[in-house]
Design a protein around this ligand. Structure first.
Ligand code: NDP
Length: 446
């Protein structure tokens, strides 16, 4: 088996060796899925995983815009249309200076498995730009978004490809892009998700990824007859996912003691309560400030400059910032400090060495494609509401979200149950693979 996996990875590496994040995702998926393929006659001789890791289409384009000083700026835009076997391409747009094809291809590949797990009819894509919204005026962000959409609109549509937000793309950016799409196409349609409530958005969409990550953690704990209530939680990031993960932890009576951004971590031993979280949300979403400012308002808290939260003792860790943010040494530190559960809010935040440590200690570990699927799931519900020209209540969407997270957990159990513990990574990869692979086989070689 080892040889089959190595040969497969070598073949993909030959074409993609300059894309480390993409190769990292390919390796993780192959190690789980190839042994399953070998065990199932229907997939033999179909080269199905090779077809799945090759994007159906990659678009790359120039984005020109004019800054507040009248200077012409040039950025690069992308859309990776990865797989449309089970529905229109669906996945976020990321605006961050680190964005490149390797990162977007890894995110798009993860999205194939994630969207399949949600039980909803969504294919997979991902896109974005190396544009950095940080420090830009509203006018600059608007002009960039308009220019980005002036190219992208040709390739997307409610039945073709439906982008959403990701790092650096929140309600403001979705609004500007939607406005430009509407103007260019002369149509009001559900072409983007994460829209504002009064113009086609869904209740609970902003909350969905963070809430879902915590619902998944609660599912894992329930499975071993435990619960999140009373547990101490460390969270990384302070953006969309981190904020609502923290909020749901508070709803479920857990204590959140850290949040972070790319400049460092705040550690509040007394706990980040509702009022303190509201302060963080305002700081990050409206004032667009830095997390270090928290300690000016709450002087008992510490700011750990340039540090991640993983050396702080906790029961549950929720990495909600970015890929590869939790290293092997961090995993060891979490284990040594008594952590029993890691639920990924971000995509691929734990490096392979860290996952190995979690698995060796048989703690509860959920990969993002399962635990953070709540965001795209509610995006799928937003698409359904747009098609119906109808809006469901907050309670209805939240209960559908919980049901979907329960179903994803159950799928992971079906394919990840090992002696005395659950390999959630293996369970998620195999369950996600089956639905897409079966659809691809049914649709022929296209
Ligand atoms: P936001 O832009 O709202 O927030 C990102 C947060 O992560 C910020 O606190 C940011 O800090 C921090 N961060 C970003 N890059 C780095 C870095 N290189 N090192 C340290 N910290 C960093 O993004 P989201 O909350 O939407 O996304 C967070 C993660 O969740 C991403 O991995 C995304 O792919 C994933 N995800 C998001 C979904 C969604 O619905 N939004 C759905 C599923 C997954 P700073 O402000 O300093 O940059």
């Amino acid at each position: 088996m080892k040889k089959i996996i190595e040969n497969f990875i070598a073949e993909i590496d030959r074409k993609n060796s300059h894309e480390p994040e993409f190769m990292q995702a390919v390796r993780e998926i192959s190690e789980n899925v190839l042994p399953y393929i070998v065990s199932q006659d229907i997939y033999h001789g179909k080269n199905i995983l090779m077809r799945m890791v090759e994007p159906e289409r990659v678009l790359m384009f120039r984005v020109n815009w004019v800054d507040d000083n009248g200077e012409i700026q040039v950025n690069r835009g992308y859309r990776v249309q990865m797989n449309s076997a089970i529905g229109p391409y669906k996945g976020g747009l990321r605006f961050h200076p680190t964005v490149n094809l390797s990162i977007l291809k890894f995110l798009a590949l993860e999205q194939v498995f994630k969207n399949s797990l949600t039980t909803l009819p969504m294919g997979a894509g991902k896109g974005g730009s190396d544009f950095d919204p940080k420090g830009k005026s509203d006018g600059e962000v608007m002009r960039f978004c308009q220019s980005f959409m002036t190219e992208l609109y040709r390739y997307i549509g409610p039945n073709t490809d439906v982008p959403a937000g990701d790092i650096g793309v929140g309600g403001r950016e979705i609004g500007y892009m939607f406005g430009q799409y509407k103007k260019l196409k002369k149509e009001f349609s559900g072409v983007l998700t994460g829209k504002g409530l009064s113009w086609g958005g869904s209740l609970i969409r902003p909350e969905a990824t963070g809430y879902g990550t915590v619902y998944f953690a609660e599912n894992m704990l329930k499975h071993i007859s435990d619960s999140i209530k009373g547990k101490t939680v460390t969270i990384s990031g302070s953006g969309n996912v981190a904020q609502y993960a923290a909020e749901k932890c508070l709803h479920l009576s857990a204590k959140v003691i850290s949040m972070s951004d790319s400049s460092g971590t705040i550690f509040d031993e007394e706990g980040i309560d509702k009022e303190k979280l509201a302060y963080i949300m305002n700081l990050k979403n409206n004032e667009r400030g830095r997390i270090s400012e928290y300690t000016k308002k709450y002087s008992n808290a510490k700011f750990l400059k340039n540090k991640t939260p993983w050396d702080i003792p906790c029961d549950i860790a929720l990495p909600c910032a970015t890929q590869n943010e939790l290293k092997e040494k961090d995993a060891k530190s979490l284990i040594n400090n008594g952590c029993v559960c890691v639920s990924e809010g971000a995509n691929m935040p734990c490096v392979p060495g860290a996952i190995k440590v979690f698995k060796a200690h048989k703690i509860l570990y959920a990969p993002g494609k399962a635990s953070n699927a709540g965001g795209v799931a509610v995006s799928g519900l937003e698409m359904a509401q747009n098609s119906l020209r109808y809006s469901w209540s907050r309670e209805e969407v939240d209960s559908k979200l919980q049901e979907i997270m329960n179903d994803i957990h159950a799928s992971c159990l079906t394919h990840g149950q090992e002696k005395g513990w659950v390999d959630y990574e293996k369970g998620a990869n195999i369950a996600g693979f089956i639905k897409v692979a079966d659809a691809m086989l049914a649709q022929g070689i296209v």
